[in-house]
Design a protein around this ligand. Structure first.
Ligand code: GDP
Length: 441
């Protein structure tokens, strides 16, 4: 289905246009600086075709937002999603452009997608003659509309229909690929990465790899698991046996670092006969720092004897790690027999869904209010003024009266938030800001 993005700066009448296009009051006017908003999306149908229209948060010049990092992040996040769309509708205000609009024009052009400029507040045709400025943005297709008076809205809709009739979406799977959850399978040599990968390749319950554009030799492979598109990163590294010397820190190889960076979720394989060592600890510490969701797969369980001491010891070591870092899920499995191997994938998908959820400010502040009278908070004379979720990751900003927050307070807040929102299995970060706007971690 064609995916259309509605983008524009604050106060250009974007929400009104969204409502006019879908013919209903779905998007509330929300062009409010400094607040992260979810993308509002609506599917509309007519005889000629179906579309999905997504209303983006109001963009603003980052320089004007100054210290408002939250807003900057929400804008960056929104912009990073533009490649998911087939058509970008860019709304501007008839009353003028400034340098940021030219910057946006550049940025939108770089997406290599069709961009249409929709000049709003043109209530009267005579105003169109004054609006020649807009052509200087270098956007070929320009519409003059009044969202409020529904002027030229029908024309805009018809043009959309015609556009997609003339240029049907070539490969829906490309979009699917873009939406795929990206998984990196990492681990020391001989942990069983290639065996797991081959198992996934051959397991028809889990994987269909006939998505066009991906071949057996490509570096990334798109699969689907229960209808959920998945992308396994660096499959070349998983297929060919790598000659990595045992004592090389495996996470510090460029290849592993790159895979981690790109991944939505990291699957770390450990040979359960080998157990946990310093390298594993270092790696988990880094993943926590990078806020990467992690599933630990303990491979080769078929080699354990029943109720063995070795297995108990491993369980204890893992528990220590979970207490030190965060309570990442673990799966005991066997890549060779396939036992519980799909659980790894299931857990990874669930984690991704959790990690990308939006946690609402009202609920967060409710939880914060409950902590205000706690002994740790009081004895440190900390006023917890306000908390907000700086998505897309599980990062929270807490506004306080103090410039420096002791580590134990940070840990306390982290653990309370993790419990309250059931996210203890994910890396969570809190950044503190004093009312002076200084950032302290
Ligand atoms: P990689 O270096 O991480 O890709 O590891 P491989 O997938 O090549 O596996 C290393 C060795 O461990 C191979 O000889 C595999 O057959 C073996 N292996 C992998 N998974 C299992 C398992 O679940 N049980 C047993 N017994 N052996 C396994």
């Amino acid at each position: 289905m064609p995916q259309i993005a509605l983008i524009g700066r604050q106060n250009v009448g974007k929400s009104t246009l969204f409502n006019a296009l879908i013919g209903r009051k779905k998007s509330i006017a929300y062009d409010q600086p400094g607040v992260t908003r979810d993308l509002v999306s609506h599917q509309f149908e007519n005889i000629e075709g179906n579309f999905n229209l997504t209303d983006f948060p109001g963009l603003e010049n980052p320089d004007k937002l100054k210290d408002d990092r939250l807003s900057r992040e929400s804008i960056e996040h929104a912009l990073s999603r533009l490649h998911h769309y087939h058509l970008l509708l860019w709304v501007v205000d008839r009353r003028g452009l400034d340098s940021y609009d030219y910057h946006l024009a550049d940025l939108l052009r770089k997406q290599h997608k069709p961009v249409w400029l929709v000049v709003n507040y043109v209530d009267d045709p005579s105003l169109e003659n004054e609006a020649t400025d807009f052509y200087s943005l270098g956007i070929e297709k320009v519409f003059f509309v009044s969202a409020l008076n529904r002027r030229n809205i029908a024309l805009l809709r018809e043009s959309m229909v015609k556009h997609f009739q003339a240029k049907p979406i070539e490969n829906e799977n490309n979009l699917e690929e873009n939406n795929a959850v990206k998984l990196a399978i990492i681990g020391k040599p001989n942990a069983g990465k290639s065996t797991l990968f081959n198992l996934l390749l051959n397991d028809q319950r889990a994987l269909i790899s006939d998505i066009p554009g991906t071949t057996r030799d490509s570096i990334e492979e798109v699969f689907s698991y229960n209808g959920e598109p998945l992308k396994i990163i660096d499959t070349a590294g998983l297929r060919k046996k790598r000659k990595v010397h045992e004592n090389v820190e495996f996470y510090s190889t460029t290849r592993t670092r790159r895979s981690i960076e790109e991944a939505d979720v990291v699957i770390l394989l450990i040979d359960s006969q080998e157990g946990i060592d310093r390298q594993v600890k270092n790696l988990i510490s880094r993943l926590q720092e990078q806020m990467k969701p992690l599933v630990v797969g303990l491979n080769k369980v078929d080699l354990f004897e029943k109720d063995s001491y070795a297995r108990k010891k491993l369980e204890e070591d893992i528990e220590d790690l979970q207490n030190t870092f965060f309570e990442f899920p673990i799966v005991f499995f066997s890549a060779q027999t396939g036992k519980r191997a799909l659980k790894l994938i299931e857990r990874a998908i669930k984690l991704h869904q959790k990690a990308t959820q939006k946690i609402f400010t009202a609920r967060l502040n409710q939880v914060l209010a409950e902590l205000k009278d706690n002994r740790i908070i009081k004895s440190n004379r900390i006023n917890l003024n306000y908390i907000t979720h700086a998505s897309p990751q599980l990062k929270f900003l807490v506004f306080t009266n103090r410039e420096r927050i002791p580590n134990n307070v940070n840990r306390y807040l982290q653990s309370r938030l993790s419990k309250a929102f059931d996210i203890a299995d994910l890396p969570v970060k809190i950044e503190f800001r004093s009312k002076y706007g200084n950032k302290r971690t």
